[in-house]
Design a protein around this ligand. Structure first.
Ligand SMILES: Nc1ncnc2c1ncn2[C@@H]1O[C@H](COP(=O)(O)OP(=O)(O)OP(=O)(O)O)[C@@H](O)[C@H]1O
Length: 244
């Protein structure tokens, strides 16, 4: 079953081609990460998939009644404005205490409802955005570079939270990220975008693909090493590995 699909989607801003024949599909429960250089159309693609932008050609199909939760790239809140976490969750639309509480818990935040938004750490702030996106239990959770401004351990921990959310809500996740090395271990599939889809597959397949290496250079060796590390639970015997 496909939740969401793009078929040969193109998008233009003025005369500028931003997306070119992008085809992809998302099935329930999978975590898909879109990677690509700055300006490669990642945010635009998410907005086309959500339906906020209309493709100039091609088609986007969404399963009937599909619910999408969205975590934006960044959100500025006036630091001087008093606003509790609980009250923030009521924007733009009031939610029940039960739903708010459950979303905060799923996002890894308990007992934070009465805290001021301005007093949160970067990681807590992003989890509040996550909580807001999962109220109403979406079928698809979309995140646009949601860990910008977090340090590497902070990002890694955020992505682990995303995996926990996926398991709890049984939703599909489509996220955009620059931090390949951090996000790879949390992704079932990676799509490498540069206006068009350069390559896609499991994190291991994509990081070995020539098109990907051309875009991201040799720094990706480390990405792969970390990915393997996260999934390899027999890495104590290094002499054995070296002999292989
Ligand atoms: N509202 C707009 N009007 C005109 N051009 C735009 C608009 N928004 C984005 N663009 C252009 O579309 C291209 C793709 O932008 P987009 O934000 O989708 O890329 P991105 O891959 O998400 O980039 P980044 O990694 O920097 O966030 C860029 O060249 C950008 O300048």
């Amino acid at each position: 079953m496909t939740l969401l699909a793009a078929e040969k989607v193109a998008f233009r801003y003025g005369g500028h081609n931003v997306l070119d024949r992008v085809t992809l599909a998302l099935v329930p429960g999978e975590i898909v990460t879109i990677v690509g250089p700055n300006g490669s159309g990642k945010s635009t693609l998410l907005r086309v998939l959500i339906g906020a932008l209309k493709p100039s050609s091609g088609a986007v199909t969404r399963a009937k009644g599909l619910k999408i939760g969205y975590v934006p790239q960044k959100l500025h809140i006036d630091q001087s404005m008093p606003l509790t976490v609980r009250r923030f969750l009521d924007l733009p639309k009031r939610v029940s205490d039960h739903d708010a509480c459950q979303a905060l818990e799923t996002a890894g935040l308990t007992d934070l409802g009465q805290r001021q938004m301005a007093g949160l750490s970067g990681g807590q702030f992003q989890r509040v955005l996550l909580a807001r996106a999962i109220i109403g239990r979406p079928d698809v959770l979309m995140l646009d570079e949601a860990t910008q401004g977090l340090d590497q351990p902070g990002s890694a921990s955020f992505y682990r939270q995303i995996e926990a959310v996926r398991t709890e809500l049984d939703c599909a996740v489509l996220m955009v990220s620059h931090e390949l090395h951090v996000v790879m271990s949390a992704s079932d599939r990676v799509i490498c975008l540069n206006g068009h889809v350069c390559c896609e597959g499991t994190p291991e397949v994509v990081s070995a693909a020539p098109a990907y290496r051309e875009l991201f250079g040799t720094g990706t060796g480390g990405a792969l090493a970390l990915y393997r590390h996260d999934h390899d639970h027999h890495h104590h015997d290094h002499s054995h590995e070296a002999a292989e």
